[in-house]
Design a protein around this ligand. Sequence first.
Ligand SMILES: [Zn+2]
Length: 281
Amino acid sequence: MSDYNNAIFRLATEAEPEDYTGEDGLLYCGKCRQPKEAYFPEGKSLFGRDRHPKECDCQRKRRETLEAADRERKHREEVERLKRKGFTDPAMREWTFENDNGKCPQMHNAHSYVERWEQIKEENHGLILWGNVGTGKSYFAGCIANALMEREVSVCMTNFALILNDLAASFKDRNEYISRLCSFPLLILDDFGMERGTEYGLEQVYNVIDSRYRCGKPLIVTTNLTLEELQNPEDTPHARIYDRLSEMCTPVRFTGENFRKATAQAKMERLKTLLNRKESL
Ligand SMILES: [Zn+2]
């Protein structure tokens, strides 16, 4: 970019040793054989000169390479900023399609969610990811968050335990806090239903979900509750929350094996082997 700007404000083109003057009297690049100057139109002149610098192919390529590198640097900075701002746990940065072990049968839905993001956003499609513990629901949501942030879409991934802590700590700024949650084009609430229901807690949970509902932006919730539990709430405060959720979010059932259990099992087996090994010690 700066090269090009300099070229505009520079009056004379600096010649390289291999450059030459063409038959039209202009300076030509010795490498790409394109002119490095052009005449002003209709014989006009500026500061006593009849010509101005012009990019030859090599100069243009060099400028484009610099510009691309600059764009890439700015993009990385923006993605980094979004991830710092949007993830409440740095571990979530690792929950990506690239790191996926391919064992979650629902994962193609996450890919589609990202691919069709513009339409998803437009039509406000949320998801409620439910199923047994350790079936990859949070990982699934994390993949969507990471992939969208890579596209410079601002996402917040948090959970109600943190939200309730934050709200309890900020008596004055509750509204501001909740409107901040609503400012993200996508909000992901992990581990919904784990926070035990005090009246105050449930009220705040409702406030957050209802605010999100009213601002008309998509919400993804992960929960270990069953669909049956969600459809048969124990009391009115829960019913209010679940009603809102079901209006905003389509349920996706996670049926895979328990990854965490499988990982823990594999680790235990490895340790057993290690401890039983007689050599090496
Ligand atoms: Zn050239």
